[in-house]
Design a protein around this ligand. Structure first.
Ligand code: MRU
Length: 347
């Protein structure tokens, strides 16, 4: 099941808010539809929103009525700003849009039609490279997974959260492809249940044994010695190796440390933000109170109660055993080793 489809010159996004109950695609004939789909988490997961925004920019560029390059570029840049403002935490969103703008503004072509072709080519490249990165991440990451490992994961860092295959779930898929007979515990991931709705769905389709738990069961699960390692994805990793990921990830990392369980983060280099020194600088998205007070459209708390709803938290680098990337597995000291690996990519 693909989260993002570009076919016959049109963009379609799988509406993940409807999963697993129904499979519906959103036809994106306007970039504002893409922006709205990102905001409401119809398309979600750091690499997926990057790729969706890149295609969204193409959709927006096609809407522009301008024949001269300068006007066209100015309008595309305004659309990129709008798409980039949809969600603040995952750096892949801005990374993809900046990459698109860089390709566009450095292209010597003058004709708008040719510029549109170049943009589409770049969006395809972002999409295809993400799938390849995930495969490579899987290859490197699976080496860390023992035969028969019981793996705890949080949120959804699978095919649905990327252009395909997944980051954390990609490592799990790769381990299974090597015949390691792994099994998965999926945190339900309150409040929007990406674990319960999406991760279990992907694992069931893949035939990988999966057990769903509520978020508050992880401590007891570990105490009962039922977890061999934790693998999660990331929305942004700073230069010192601090990791922003779905709210609840930090708690799991603390628990893993206490129980002496390895805690791995799988993420492509597009998720590493070398411009930020530490996790304190990461903008953390706060979402609508209704996500917490309501369940299935039903109010579950006193009307008007005060709510705090950060969508992500930051796990300090000291709790991260290793970061799995498409360039290899990175160990502490992260400040030194992430710089090396990010430098390597640019060569
Ligand atoms: O709010 P979401 O569903 O976009 O949050 C997604 C996550 O936190 C994922 O773990 C992260 O983006 C990595 S996806 C490969």
């Amino acid at each position: 099941m693909e989260a993002i489809i570009w076919e016959n010159d049109r963009l379609r996004l799988l509406d993940q808010t409807k999963l697993p109950g129904s499979i519906e695609y959103i036809e994106c004939d306007n970039y504002r539809v893409v922006a709205e789909a990102i905001k409401r988490l119809s398309v979600r997961g750091a690499p997926a929103i990057g790729a969706a925004a890149a295609y969204g920019l193409v959709v927006g560029a096609k809407q522009i009525a301008a024949n001269d390059r300068a006007t066209f570029l100015a309008k595309v840049s305004a659309i990129a700003e709008e798409l980039g403002a949809t969600r603040p935490t995952a750096v892949n969103l801005r990374w993809a849009l900046e990459r698109m703008m860089m390709r566009l503004t450095t292209a010597p072509e003058q004709e708008v039609n040719k510029l549109l072709d170049i943009m589409l080519e770049e969006a395809h490249a972002i999409y295809n490279e993400d799938v390849q990165s995930n495969r490579r991440m899987g290859e490197y990451g699976q080496e860390l997974i023992p035969v028969g490992a019981r793996i705890l994961t949080h949120c959804n860092a699978g095919a649905l959260a990327t252009a395909g295959y997944g980051t954390a779930l990609g490592v799990i898929r790769a381990a299974q492809e090597k015949g390691k007979n792994v099994s998965v515990y999926a945190d339900e991931t309150r409040p929007l249940l990406q674990g319960a709705r999406l991760t279990t769905w992907e694992m069931v389709q893949e035939g990988i044994p999966v057990t769903l738990i509520t978020d508050n069961m992880a401590a007891y699960l570990m105490a009962k010695k039922k977890v061999d390692c934790v693998i999660v994805g990331a929305d942004r990793i700073t230069a010192n190796g601090d990791v922003a990921n779905k709210i609840g990830t930090y708690g799991l990392a603390v628990l893993a440390k206490h129980h002496n369980i390895p805690f791995y983060v799988a993420a492509p280099l597009s998720t590493i933000d070398m411009n930020l020194a530490s996790g304190d600088e990461i903008p953390i998205e706060e979402r609508d109170a209704k996500e917490v007070t309501h369940h299935g459209g039903q109010l579950m708390a006193p009307e008007g109660v005060q709510v705090w709803n950060p969508a992500f938290d930051v796990t300090p680098n000291s709790l991260v055993t290793a970061i799995i990337t498409e360039m290899g597995v990175v160990y502490p000291s992260y400040a030194e080793n992430l710089a090396k690996i990010c430098g390597k990519k640019k060569e």
